[in-house]
Ligand binder design. Structure first.
Ligand SMILES: [Zn+2]
Length: 87
């Protein structure tokens, strides 16, 4: 059995956080529960497989190796709660 975590599967040069503005030094990328996002007002199928950066609070959808930032949850420089990115 060959088990590789999603983190190990990423190229070593790629920062763990997908946000280019993130200044975190390898911050934890924690799964965020769909119910948490839903209660905060987020919608879409992507919330079933979302992660959040513990440093900048960006929330992104994970599709294999592809990660799409959808917004921010409790970002330190924004008002608390869900702050979606549109467009
Ligand atoms: Zn980050």
């Amino acid at each position: 059995m060959w088990i590789v975590s999603w983190r190990d599967a990423l190229p070593k040069t790629q920062p763990s956080c997908p946000a280019v503005t993130c200044k975190g030094k390898d911050p934890e990328q924690d799964p965020i529960a769909a119910t948490v996002l839903e209660n905060a007002g987020a919608t879409g199928g992507w919330i079933a497989n979302a992660r959040r950066c513990s440093h900048c609070g960006c929330v992104y959808a994970v599709h294999g190796r592809e990660r799409t930032i959808k917004g921010y949850f409790d970002n330190p420089v924004m008002p608390p709660g869900w702050r979606p990115i549109f467009g």
